[in-house]
Design a protein around this ligand. Structure first.
Ligand code: GCO
Ligand code: MG
Length: 402
């Protein structure tokens, strides 16, 4: 089997997606997600100018050889653009491999290790009461794990809280919006949110919370300690993770489990965090972390250190990534949990897929390959529109992490 063509489908059904389609001389094609929120065309250009020409004529079964070719052959190492481009190729090749062998991708990754993949979704609200209602809504839908975020009194627009009446989609068309942040107000508020949730919801539901890289290590330690009575499933991205050793300070103060890595793009971003057991869940996902090939290697490295997977799964990762993550999540032994933010109905229409949700768990389906497709005619109706993630400032105007 030979690759005969490779091309991008850039579309924007409610938000931007970049999809790679690789075609072969046996009529089988594969899809890969190349979406990097707010920097989509950077990846599209990297693929079109530097990667796709090198694919033609290759054997799509050679996932390891092709991964190494684009990783080592580029000379310049790592980074979100490069690794998202490599991921798109890798995932499309696994899709082709599964289709050619007439088997779902999970069977090529070690087969099923469980019957379903436990997922969590996003509950949020402008205040504690609305956040509680939102968690209860998703529990009623069958979720057994829910992430809770709420507006922080005195902070105009908190991370994770949608604009009134709108679904939460942080990337906004036009130039970057700016939001304000107050760590002091947040630190005083967040224990109240989870105290209320536990009082009203009891101990069984898994509650998760995203600190979104905003705190210093000692501030994150304070949050972790203050949330221990409410036994969270995890606190996520407690502080920026460029300095991996800073997590040692958090670890010294709290037993609240830690998840990080959604902005990582290779195993080297988390090498110390994992081997020093400074985290409990690794969130680096397939679309930004070099594809199924590299995500599986990272998961297996993590399994040596009691670290489990908790892959990123927000709406800026297309249904192609959702499908790939479910195949890997069904198979890896040290699976932890999979994030599942609902795509819009229009996005689901553009990307028909076989994955399903049932009583807190998802399954990728048993179609050969990934079990996801793209309706190119429908996608063409929604052309790309530049969009940015917000920029955050502290109340005194200092730029901070959004
Ligand atoms: C999450 C993430 C998202 C990101 C978004 C950026 O935990 O799902 O933090 O909310 O902000 O994916 O593109
Ligand atoms: Mg996050």
């Amino acid at each position: 089997m030979k690759i005969t063509a490779a091309r991008l489908i850039v579309c924007s059904p409610d938000r931007n997606f970049v999809t790679l389609k690789i075609e072969t001389d046996e009529g089988i094609y594969g899809l890969g997600d190349a979406t990097l929120n707010g920097r989509e065309l950077a990846v599209a250009a990297y693929l079109e100018e530097h990667v796709l020409p090198c694919l033609i004529g290759r054997d799509p079964f050679q996932t390891e050889e092709i991964w190494q070719y684009f990783y080592r052959g580029a000379y310049w190492r790592r980074g979100p653009v490069t690794m998202t481009a490599i991921a798109a190729v890798d995932v499309a090749l696994w899709d082709i491999k599964g289709k050619a062998l007439n088997t779902p991708v999970y069977n090529l990754l070690g087969g099923k290790s469980r019957d379903g993949v436990m997922v969590y979704t996003h509950a949020n609200g402008a205040d504690i009461s609305e956040a509680l209602d939102s968690v209860q809504k998703y529990m009623a839908e069958g979720y057994i794990a829910v992430r809770a975020q709420a507006g922080v009194p005195g902070v105009a627009s908190s991370y994770g809280v949608p604009k009134p009446g709108k679904a939460y989609e942080p990337a906004e068309r036009g130039l970057p919006s700016e939001t304000l942040w107050s760590t002091e107000k947040y630190l005083n508020f967040v224990p109240k949110l989870f105290e209320k949730l536990r009082v009203e919801l009891g101990d069984d539901v898994h509650l998760l919370h995203d600190l979104h890289h905003r705190l210093t290590p000692i501030e994150a330690a304070r949050v972790g300690k203050s949330l221990e009575p409410y036994h969270l499933f995890w606190m996520e991205d407690p502080c920026p993770a460029e300095l991996q050793e800073s997590f040692e300070l958090i670890r010294r103060h709290t037993t609240t489990p830690i998840a990080t890595g959604e902005v990582f793009n290779s195993i080297w971003d988390s090498h110390d965090l994992i081997r020093k057991q400074l985290i409990d869940y690794i969130r680096m996902t397939i679309v930004h972390g070099g594809g199924i090939t590299h995500a599986k290697k990272t998961a297996e490295f993590a399994s040596l250190y009691h670290v489990r997977t908790g892959f990123h799964g927000a709406t800026d990762l297309s249904p192609v990534t959702m499908a790939a993550a479910l195949h890997l999540g069904l198979s890896v032994h040290n699976f932890g949990i999979q994030e599942h933010m609902h795509h819009s109905p229009l996005t689901d229409e553009v990307f028909p897929h076989n994955y399903t949700f049932q009583a807190g768990y998802m399954h990728p389906g048993d179609a050969p390959g990934l079990g996801v497709d793209i309706d190119e005619l429908l996608a063409a109706k929604y052309p790309y529109q530049r969009a940015y993630l917000p920029v955050a400032r502290k109340l005194d105007g200092t730029i901070t992490d959004w």
